[in-house]
Ligand binder design. Structure first.
Ligand code: GDR
Length: 364
């Protein structure tokens, strides 16, 4: 029986790992693009597969780079996928202010390489493309945001993603390519990178609980985001490519929460009730029982310009794709906190085993 083939760029990232798992469960042959440095040394990003219980040997890995158009064309020609999921990106919004040219290079020209490859290989009729667009494209637009909301990005990242979004629409309209934009609001999980605020918080709360860290330092506490679970969102990506017609879809939970609320909830998971006092850069979060300061603001963590209020309206995805999230704010934080506590425990076990091995090796 013919197994459908999917090619996933950025397969070593959070969404890539969840999507690979999702597609393998549907018996796809999954091919993934990885940069050579994604699986080297200690920061082995492919560890995400392991964390999700995914056997890495089931994914066909191809070393390459999205910004190398010839490389991408050659890979698509070799793999002959029916579905392409373009998830590879420079995904840290804050970093894009320091490296704006890289943001354009990867986040805009990357999807162009995929679209052009499909066109030049005459694969327009045979392949469907998913583009990882982002709620950051809405920027300062009034909430709630949906597919009809005018976009006003506030960062090089957002601008680069918006250009990519328009390239997808242009190739769809000009060449009839089945290419869809998933306009995804923030989506998190236990395998989220620690450079994003949610995982930074859950990790720090566990470290504070275990006495290995004194303070959690954050930037903009007032920022409002619509946080869902990556596991739910990859199902939405797939659903977009199963439609007869391509389209653009917002995926979101419809719940707006501040960074401050995320912190409060994460601490409550370990039984600490957080109070807040002061404002702006002088605001602190403290343990209501002991009075101890646990959270402070570091002005260095503010962005030159931030997107202050993102709240998605995913009615179209619900109506057309039948998609809706299963995991919301409280459950998301509980899952991330439980996983970080477990990981801390596992590391501690490893440390103890290392010590035991050291003592054994050096016994008198
Ligand atoms: P975001 O995610 O920029 O929304 O983009 P991030 O978690 O980095 O920031 C969310 C909000 O939290 C504020 N914040 C901090 N952020 C970080 N990273 N570190 C801090 O210490 C901190 N303190 C406060 C930020 O200012 C911001 O307002 C994510 C990425 O996954 C994108 O790639 C994706 O496109 C969008 O979500 C949807």
């Amino acid at each position: 029986m013919h197994r459908r083939k999917a090619f996933v760029t950025g397969v070593s990232g959070q969404d890539g790992a969840y999507l690979a798992q999702f597609l393998l469960n549907k018996d796809y042959e999954v091919h993934g693009l990885v940069r050579w440095d994604s699986c080297m040394g200690k920061s082995d990003e492919l560890a995400r597969f392991e964390a999700l219980g995914l056997d890495i040997s089931r994914v066909h890995l191809h070393f390459g780079d999205l910004i190398d158009a010839q490389n991408i064309t050659a890979l698509i020609k070799e793999i002959q996928p029916e579905e392409i999921y373009n998830l590879a990106a420079m995904s840290q919004v804050a970093v894009s202010f320091d490296t704006p040219a890289s943001a354009i290079e990867i986040n805009t020209k990357g999807v162009l390489a995929v679209l052009e490859a499909v066109r030049l290989l005459d694969m327009e009729e045979r392949v469907r493309i998913y583009q990882a667009s982002s709620s950051e494209m809405f920027g300062s637009a009034a909430a709630p945001q949906n597919e009809e909301t005018p976009m006003h990005p506030c960062s090089p990242y957002g601008a680069a993603k918006l250009a990519a979004y328009w390239l997808v629409k242009t190739y769809r309209d000009s060449y009839g390519i089945h290419a869809s934009n998933g306009i995804l609001f923030n989506h998190e999980s236990p395998v989220r990178g620690e450079d994003f605020v949610t995982r930074k918080i859950t990790r720090a709360v566990v470290e504070i609980e275990k006495g290995r860290c004194e303070l959690l330092m954050l930037g903009n506490l007032d920022s409002v985001r619509d946080w869902g679970h990556a596991r739910d969102y990859v199902a939405g990506m797939w659903a977009m490519l199963q439609q007869n017609q391509p389209g653009d879809y917002v995926l979101a939970t419809g719940e707006a929460k501040t960074v401050r609320e995320f912190v409060t909830r994460a601490f409550s998971h370990i039984g600490v009730r957080i109070g807040w006092r002061g404002c702006g850069i002088d605001e602190v979060g403290f343990d209501k029982k002991t009075g101890r300061t646990l959270v402070q603001v570091d002005p260095a963590l503010f962005r030159p310009k931030d997107v202050n209020y993102l709240l998605g309206d995913a009615s179209k995805a619900k109506a057309v794709l039948g998609w809706q999230p299963e995991c919301y704010f409280d459950d998301l934080i509980s899952e991330m906190m439980n996983a970080d506590r477990q990981e801390y425990y596992n590391c501690k076990q490893n440390r103890q085993e290392d010590t035991a091995a050291f003592l054994w090796a050096n016994r008198a």
